[in-house]
Write a protein that binds this ligand. Sequence first.
Ligand SMILES: Nc1ncnc2c1ncn2[C@@H]1O[C@H](COP(=O)(O)OP(=O)(O)OP(=O)(O)O)[C@@H](O)[C@H]1O
Length: 336
Amino acid sequence: MALLDIRNLSIDIETAQGKIRVIDKATLNIVDGSIHGLIGESGSGKTLIAKAILGLHSSNWTVTADRMFLGKTDLTKLSQKERREILGTEISVIFQEPSSYLDPSQRIRTQIESVLPKKTWQQRFRPILSKIKRVTVPSRRLQIKELLHKVGIQNDVAVLKSFPHQLSEGVCQKVMIAMAIANNPRLIIADEPTTAMESVTQSQIYRLLYKLNQLNNTTLLMLSNNFANTSSISDYMTLVYCGQTVESGSYKQIMSSAMHPYTQAMLKTMINNEEINEHKAQLYTLPGNIPSSNQLPIGCRLGPRCPKAQKICVKNPTLTIQKGHSFRCHYPSKLS
Ligand SMILES: Nc1ncnc2c1ncn2[C@@H]1O[C@H](COP(=O)(O)OP(=O)(O)OP(=O)(O)O)[C@@H](O)[C@H]1O
């Protein structure tokens, strides 16, 4: 069953150079309980799609979609206030560079407390209850401690007393993850959660997210330009290029029967062990670079870089769907 169902999402942004269609008919279907990788080079539009899901758009954006449902909730019909209520309870976000999202002037304990669900009546009357009825009600302190242990922070006392600048990026990210899971959200959007981290810390964070999905059945949308790392934990993947979602399918469909030249270039890059590890690195197996948003090609935006491009590619290809595997290409074919 789909937890998130987005069809033909477009985002137009009013800029000094005129209106730019930064996201062009993106389609995303996220299965409940799965890990879904949204993968594309830097500047391909992953963060814009996430912002549209979260309702975090500026006044110069026009967001349209044929369908945008979270479970049974039509996100396009919610007011800004209702959207904000969903954020943090039904959907949580983990950003890249966690230290810049944590408040530098507040201790970690205060920041975690601020996102915890409201105290239950048992917690409010805990001292009295424990005296009269001898019942053990878990305290806030214990709740926070358990949350930190869940994300692999054992030295909770020291971490809770600290300010963000006193902790490593890896620990700050674990704190962000603890805050993200505090309300048991249905969906966590992780936007390049391991950028600028050492590879050991990167693997720890990936393992942690994978464990959270396996143990709590939390659905994860992983935004990344690192195909190898993200595909290794993804059940499903959607490839995005220059604001267009070009191919989507299960791990097996993408790895063994990729149909779109962009996905195939990603796979070749990985096989050649030339993974685009660096945040701003480019995809070496295709000529040229991703165009800037004010020089977007018409039709299929991969056209100028695509080895299979023909005249017809100036028209946007229609979406083909075969057993849940979808792709938009005039000349789809398997890798030979
Ligand atoms: N507010 C904006 N106004 C105009 N263009 C924008 C705006 N925000 C993003 N863009 C452009 O939209 C494109 C997609 O940006 P986005 O940040 O979504 O990419 P991304 O795939 O998340 O990249 P990264 O991996 O570097 O985070 C980029 O070309 C970017 O310059």
